[in-house]
Design a protein. Structure first.
Length: 148
């Protein structure tokens, strides 16, 4: 698949212009991706907006072109348009933006995490999100067995 570098070589789509266009709408990876990290979404993305951390994927809101292709590909329904993010998960827009700056781009599907199916649907996993620098968003006792 040919990837588009949003804004490359086109004055009408300069980085500043692209940022102002995408600031109004982007897609957001939310809580349900944590400890699942299915990567079906990255293969359909026409730009390099997905970034990979140890147990989560993040979307760079500057690179996202709002194509919506990734939404249907996520097997755990963790990706939403910015305006459709479930109530109580709005903070994931900031989480995605922050982590995308520090994590490498991922553009090829890799195997999901071991036990990913057990974590699907477990709520409130943000404290388990591994920032990739040895820190997490906090301590918690959430475990897959707590979902039942």
């Amino acid at each position: 698949m040919t990837r588009i570098n949003a804004g490359a070589g086109c004055p009408a789509h300069s980085e500043a212009r692209h940022a102002s266009l995408t600031a109004a709408m982007t897609h957001v990876v939310t809580d349900n991706c944590i400890n699942c990290k299915y990567t079906d979404c990255v293969e359909v993305c026409p730009v390099d907006c997905f970034h990979e951390g140890p147990n989560f994927l993040a979307i760079d809101p500057i690179e996202c072109i709002d194509c919506t292709l990734c939404v249907a590909e996520c097997p755990v329904n963790a990706i939403f348009a910015e305006l459709d993010v479930p109530a109580g998960q709005e903070h994931f827009l900031e989480v995605n933006a922050e982590l995308a700056k520090n994590w490498p781009v991922i553009a090829t599907k890799i195997p999901e995490m071991d036990g990913a199916d057990l974590w699907d649907g477990v709520p409130n996993k943000l404290p388990l999100l591994d920032k990739g620098d040895g820190s997490t968003w906090g301590d918690t006792s959430v475990a897959p067995s707590d979902a039942t």
